[in-house]
Design a protein around this ligand. Structure first.
Ligand code: SF4
Length: 222
C-alpha cells in the first residue's frame, strides 16, 4: 500500500510532468505521460511503434530505457533489425562501426539527462553517438524521462548533470579513470577517459513529432 509521502510525490510529479508536457508539445515534440515504467512500455509498444513502420532499431545507454523493458520486447520482434552497440564481447572498433550504422536506423531509443519546464532537452555525451542520433539521422527518436530529470532551466540542468548525473555515471564505468569517481564532484577534468565531451541542447523537435518523449511519473536513471 502506498504511504502518504508517495501519494504527495506522485501528485507533485504529475503536476510537473504536465507542465513539461505542455511546454514540450509547444516545442513540437510528441509527448506521452506514463504513471510508471510498465505503462511507458505499453505506450511505446501499443501507441507509438505501430504508426512508425520501423524496420531497424538501436539505442543509447539509458538506465530509464532499460527499466521500461521496451528493449527486451523489441529484441523478440521478428522482422526488426536490431543494432546492439553495447556488447562487451565485441572489440572497440566493431562497437564504433555499429554506432555509426545506428545513426541510420528508423528508430532510436534513449534517455535524456535533463528536461526543462520550458520544454528543452539537455544532454551531455562522452562519445556523442546518443546526441548525434537525437539531433539527426534516425527517422524517429523515442526518449524515456523520469520525473527526477525535470529542471527549471538549461543552466540548472547543466549544473545537475555535471555535479550529480555525470559523477554517478562515472562510477558505473569501473574501467575508466576519472577523478569524480572518487570525489563525487566535477573538477572539469582533463582525463583521456573524461565522459563529459559534447553538450546538446534540443530546443525543438524538427521535423515536428520526430522526437517522441515518454514522461514517467517515477524517479528513474541518474
Ligand atoms: S568533466 Fe571529468 S570530473 Fe567532471 S563530471 Fe565529467 S568526467 Fe567527472
Amino acid at each position: 500500500m502506498k504511504d502518504a509521502m508517495e501519494d504527495c510525490s506522485e501528485t507533485i510529479g504529475r503536476h510537473r510532468l504536465e507542465t513539461c508536457r505542455r511546454a514540450l508539445e509547444k516545442n513540437h515534440f510528441e509527448v506521452y505521460l506514463a504513471a510508471h515504467c510498465a505503462e511507458a512500455r505499453e505506450i511505446t509498444l501499443d501507441k507509438i511503434l505501430p504508426g512508425l513502420g520501423a524496420k531497424s532499431v538501436s539505442w543509447g545507454d539509458s538506465l530509464t530505457l532499460y527499466a521500461t523493458g521496451v528493449l527486451d520486447a523489441l529484441k523478440e520482434k521478428t522482422g526488426l533489425h536490431v543494432i546492439e552497440t553495447f556488447s562487451e564481447s565485441l572489440p572497440r572498433e566493431k562497437i564504433l562501426a555499429r554506432r555509426r550504422e545506428a545513426l541510420g536506423v528508423d528508430l532510436f531509443l534513449a534517455g535524456t539527462n535533463a528536461v526543462t519546464e520550458t520544454g528543452k532537452l539537455v544532454n551531455l555525451d562522452m562519445v556523442g553517438n546518443r546526441v548525434s542520433a537525437i539531433t539527426f539521422g534516425p527517422k524517429y527518436v523515442v526518449l524515456f524521462i523520469g520525473r527526477n530529470k525535470i529542471v527549471s532551466s538549461v543552466a540548472e540542468g547543466m549544473q545537475r548533470i555535471r555535479n550529480v548525473a555525470a559523477p554517478l555515471n562515472a562510477m558505473r564505468h569501473h574501467h575508466l579513470q576519472i577523478p569524480c569517481q572518487e570525489t563525487s564532484r566535477c573538477t572539469d577534468c582533463d582525463s583521456p577517459d573524461r565522459i563529459c565531451n559534447t553538450w546538446c541542447i534540443t530546443e525543438k523537435s524538427h521535423p515536428g513529432g520526430r522526437i517522441k518523449v515518454v514522461l514517467i511519473n517515477s524517479d528513474e536513471g541518474l
